[in-house]
Ligand binder design. Structure first.
Ligand code: APR
Length: 255
């Protein structure tokens, strides 16, 4: 049986579905990934932008880069992949199952597509915090007039994201690990699966007995049971139609 049919069968049987997404799921919304030929880190050292040390060394540079990404994310529109995952959540929950979407993305597009059960493992670009007090603010959707921008308590604003060398929010990790206890199908969508601890969730889910499935335009190092190769905005709506019927895919993805 073809991988697609095996995955459709596993999804039809699943009572607990967890999805792990990465930057690839937002590529079809026009947002750059981090790795690969068009990635932010192509020819650029991530440590020079996405670390506390980089912010300490050049807060204006780091603030400007994240502000530009914040505005790009606010200007972007969820694509067929985001919408298929929001639909999948509704279908699984309406059928009495459990669902959780774990995202490494900080662009907010999953929630804007209607996903509700979302854990942002790496934080959010739309929330910033005072680098001294930690107090969080949601800046207006307009460019900062100064970089770094002043924080509410005398510090500078920094994005409320997890930088390299920083730990993930405890709550987010706890929610992810708790979900693995009831997960019987893990979909790994649009991530290069090289950044930890998020990438470790794939092995943990498999170890806990879940069927693991990768949806990506290419194979990654993730050790999964099945690979569905193609753009997430094409593969996911097709999978939903195969499992939940013709009206459950995304209307834009070719009926
Ligand atoms: N559909 C599916 N997959 C895609 C698509 C698409 N349309 N376009 C690209 N991809 C895949 C790429 O093949 C790659 O495997 O998405 C993946 C994107 O990988 P990365 O750019 O490494 O993004 P991600 O895995 O989310 O990075 C993890 O690294 O830089 C940090 O904090 C940042 O959260 C980020 C983390």
């Amino acid at each position: 049986m073809e991988a697609f049919d095996q995955v459709a069968t596993a999804l039809r049987r699943a009572r607990g579905v967890v999805v792990l997404t990465g930057a690839g799921v937002s590529v079809e919304s026009g947002l750059r990934p981090f790795r690969g030929p068009d990635g932010w880190w192509q020819g650029r050292d991530a440590a020079s932008l996405a670390t506390p040390e980089a912010f300490a060394a050049d807060p204006a540079l780091v603030s400007a880069w994240y502000d530009a990404r914040r505005l790009a994310a606010l200007g972007a529109v969820p694509n067929a992949a985001h919408e298929a995952l929001a639909q999948l959540e509704r279908n699984v929950v309406e059928a009495g199952g459990r669902f959780l979407l774990l995202t490494q993305n900080v662009d907010g597009l999953h929630r804007r597509a209607g996903s509700e059960r979302v854990v942002e493992l790496h934080g959010s670009l739309t929330v910033w915090r005072d680098h001294r007090s930690g107090r969080r603010v949601t800046p207006d959707p307009t460019p900062f007039t100064a970089h770094p921008a002043p924080g509410p308590d005398g510090g500078w604003l920094r994005p409320d994201v997890v930088w390299f060398g920083e730990v993930l929010p405890r709550q987010a990790l706890d929610a992810a690990e708790a979900a693995l206890a009831w997960c019987d199908l893990l979909l790994v969508v649009g991530t290069s699966a090289v950044v930890y601890p998020a990438a470790a969730l794939v092995g943990q889910a498999a170890w806990a007995g879940a069927v693991t499935v990768e949806v990506n335009v290419e194979a990654t190092p993730a050790d999964v049971d099945h690979r569905l190769t193609g753009p997430a905005g094409v593969v996911l709506p097709r999978l939903l139609r195969a499992v939940f019927g013709p009206n459950s895919g995304h209307p834009l993805a070719g009926g």
